[in-house]
Design a protein around this ligand. Structure first.
Ligand code: SF4
Ligand code: MG
Length: 331
């Protein structure tokens, strides 16, 4: 498998305060702290973690919707971080986003034809109004909506239908990489599975790669090929879905999984309840940033940051006590 996109040591630091009053201290928020990973062609990499851990920021960095403080994003062999705005704009055709909130991300005063047709116009992909309407009708069909939807407005649709419109817009330019930021968390549970199935079918047909952001491991169980777990701006575990679900190596992944509904009751691990809240990203604990909540933390964890290391085939965890499985020696 080849990578479509690679993040090399990506960092994003936001500064706040320090300007107006003397009493105010300048604060730094290390939202994304030195993440390196690859997204393979045609795969779905799920990025999970509690809200505020930097998942959305990381997704936006990959599309260069925000600029990284350090590091590189390489897409299809091209370093996006060095591209001029003009070249980056041309690249946008291949890089799309599906947003969490279909209410907020669709302009209420524009018809569905305008919303879905806008990217086609922007890239000059249709030659006439008729051709544009035909293209929009086809996209509506692909997301399971009737072409008659095109002359209506977002408020006339349910949440699930609006998310279908958002998806039609995202696939209109035949992208090769899509970041979906919590695409189903604003929807009723009964609608979530339909939208996930739709995204999965479209991916099968079109072969794009997905970074699928979610706060809940139960949601990504079906759609992910690999899973990355994020805590306070860093990846603490990443690996094939089966390994991460069946044999999680990082105590944080174990805790998240123990809180997620498990369809098979025999396999349900007892619930691991984490101490306290997630620390503020302005005061990330030294050493292993999870040590303030980790049920098995030792002294070393307070001073030494554990590197992300391979603990099983293609599975990486950053914990001093994650035990690498012995590699079988051929007889
Ligand atoms: Fe817990 Fe220490 Fe492992 Fe961090 S390094 S997850 S604090 S045991
Ligand atoms: Mg978010």
């Amino acid at each position: 498998m080849t990578a479509i996109l690679r993040a090399d040591n990506i960092q994003k630091v936001f500064s706040s305060g320090g300007g107006l009053s003397f009493g105010q201290l300048k604060q730094e928020v290390r939202a994304v702290d030195d993440i390196s990973l690859e997204v393979m062609k045609g795969e779905t990499l799920a990025l999970v973690g509690e809200s505020g851990c930097g998942k959305s920021t990381f997704g936006r960095l990959l599309l260069r919707l925000i600029e990284p403080s350090a590091g590189r994003i390489v897409f299809d062999g091209i370093d996006l971080t060095t591209l001029s705005h003009e070249k980056m704009r041309a690249m946008r055709q291949k890089l799309q986003m599906i947003f969490q909130d279909p209410y907020g991300s669709l302009s209420p005063r524009r018809s569905v034809a305008d919303i879905i047709g806008e990217p086609l116009d922007a890239f000059g992909l249709t030659r006439s109004k008729r051709e544009k309407r035909e293209r929009v009708a086809d996209l509506l069909n692909q997301v399971g909506l009737s072409p008659s939807a095109m002359d209506r407005y977002p408020r006339q649709f349910s949440g699930g239908q609006r998310q279908r419109i958002g998806i039609a817009r995202a696939i209109s330019l035949e992208p090769s990489f899509i970041v979906a930021d919590e695409p189903v968390s604003a929807l009723d549970v009964s609608v979530q599975a339909q939208i996930i199935n739709l995204m999965q079918d479209l991916q099968k047909k079109k072969g794009f790669s997905f970074l699928f952001i979610a706060h809940d491991l139960a949601v990504v169980r079906h759609i992910a090929d690999r899973v990355a777990v994020m805590y306070l701006g860093r990846i603490v575990e990443i690996g094939p879905k089966r390994s991460v679900y069946n044999a999680p190596q990082h105590p944080y992944t174990q805790a998240l999984l123990s809180a997620a509904p498990e369809p098979d009751p025999d396999r349900k691990a007892s619930r691991i309840v984490l101490q306290g809240d997630v620390p503020s990203p302005t005061r990330i604990p030294a050493g292993c940033s999870f040590h303030t909540r980790c049920p098995i933390a030792q002294d070393i964890c307070k001073v030494e940051r554990p590197p992300l290391r391979e603990v099983a085939a293609a599975q990486f965890a950053s914990c001093h006590f994650a035990k690498p499985k012995p590699i079988p020696v051929p007889a």
